[in-house]
Design a protein around this ligand. Structure first.
Ligand code: IPM
Ligand code: MG
Length: 370
């Protein structure tokens, strides 16, 4: 519990740290088209993490077998990002694990359990910040319903980045939300570039700027400033509440192509979108920065599935799709296309109630198609 002076001190420190963060944003880009050796770090996580990560790794190992043999791709297995070890070290990512992660170019990361309450930050939030992974890209595609959406979720700011740094005073708690010019412009630029390079002509900016006037107000204004450089793209603003409804509204939803939004709204709406596609277990995501990138499922570690003894029935499709995004990011587009085609053709299904194939059986079938 703090008194008001201590809370002001804590807030002052946060503001100073955020100013320092903006000043130190690194924009050095990794060029994977010319990089001689690409190191992929594989981090298991916990809960269903190790189960589905193992299956995604089998797929990558098969698709990249020649390059692994030739040494142009190196796969490094990094242990220790379990909830037990994180609690034992009292660090969201133990220092030695973070050091190994930073020695890689890209990371395939299994879900990690996020402690509820307390002050321990989520491993996801720490990794996104430490590697400066500012763009969380989440595709949702349902061809038979004419849905082809790409969400660009800001990934290093918003409520998340200060979510473990709130203050508690007698009878009240206050959390902080931060939106910076530099942070907003770079995610907006990334979303518009994606749209331009992929023939998309519609981009929605989704906020709650009528209520969060400073932060979301800034986000919207800056997205429109960046939009001026992309005259071929129609930009529309929506508030997050009506947008969650619009994703269910036919045929209106078919017009959405790229959706650009701050961190927390992006977190929430992408689970809804994924559910329309078949469940969160069917959706992968790419956390992209200028230097590093990390690929993961959009969901958490599902501890309840483990408690029920159903871990083997976790759907590995989310992680395998993340693997396809990883391949595309490191300029292995042919392997990515091959994998996506095999996934579209694979008829084996995995359900969390155990009524169909296990994660391993699904992957066996998929490997046959590669
Ligand atoms: C996601 C997840 C994470 C988040 C959790 C696991 C911290 O829900 O990637 O969407 O909230 O960002
Ligand atoms: Mg989420």
């Amino acid at each position: 519990m703090m008194d008001i002076n201590q809370a002001c001190e804590a807030f002052k420190k946060i503001l100073e740290e955020q100013q320092a963060r903006i000043a130190n944003m690194n924009t050095e880009k990794t060029d994977f088209s010319t990089k001689k050796t690409v190191t992929i770090g594989v981090v298991d996580g916990d809960g269903i993490g190790p189960i589905i990560t193992k299956q995604a790794t089998r797929v990558l190992e098969k698709l990249l077998a020649d390059e692994i043999a030739a040494g142009s791709i190196v796969i490094k297995y990094i242990e220790g990002l379990t909830i037990e070890n994180r609690i034992a070290c009292n660090q969201p990512i133990p220092s030695d694990v973070l050091e190994q992660i930073k020695a890689c170019d890209v990371i395939l990361k299994g879900p990690t359990t996020t402690p509820h309450g307390g002050t321990m930050e989520s491993a996801n939030v720490t990794m996104r910040r430490e590697l400066d992974l500012y763009a969380n890209c989440r595709p949702v595609c349902i061809p038979e319903k004419n849905i082809d959406w790409m969400f660009y979720r800001e990934n290093t700011e918003g409520e998340y980045v200060l979510g473990s740094r709130g203050v508690e005073l007698e009878g009240m708690a206050v959390d902080f939300k931060v939106t910076t010019d530099a942070g907003t412009k770079r995610i907006a630029r990334a979303a518009f570039e994606y749209a331009k390079n992929n023939g998309k002509t519609h981009l929605s900016v989704v906020t709650k700027a009528n209520i969060m006037k400073k932060t979301d107000g800034k986000f919207t204004a800056l997205c429109h400033e960046i939009a001026k450089d992309y005259p071929g793209i129609t930009v529309e603003d929506y508030y997050i509440d009506i947008m969650t409804a619009n994703l269910l509204k036919e045929p209106l939803r078919e017009k959405f192509q790229v959706v650009l939004l701050p961190n927390l709204y992006g977190d929430i709406i992408t689970d809804e979108a994924a559910q329309l596609q078949g469940g969160v277990g069917t959706a992968g995501s790419a956390n992209i920065g200028d230097k590093y990138a990390m690929f993961e499922a959009i969901h958490g570690s599902a501890p309840r599935m483990i408690e029920r003894g159903m871990g083997d029935y976790a759907n590995p499709a989310s992680m395998i799709k993340a693997g396809a995004m990883l391949l595309r990011h490191i300029c292995r587009g042919e392997a990515a296309a091959k994998l996506e085609k095999a996934m579209a053709e694979c008829t084996v299904e995995v359900f969390s109630d155990g009524s169909a194939a296990t994660a391993a059986e699904y992957t066996d079938a998929l490997l046959e198609l590669l």
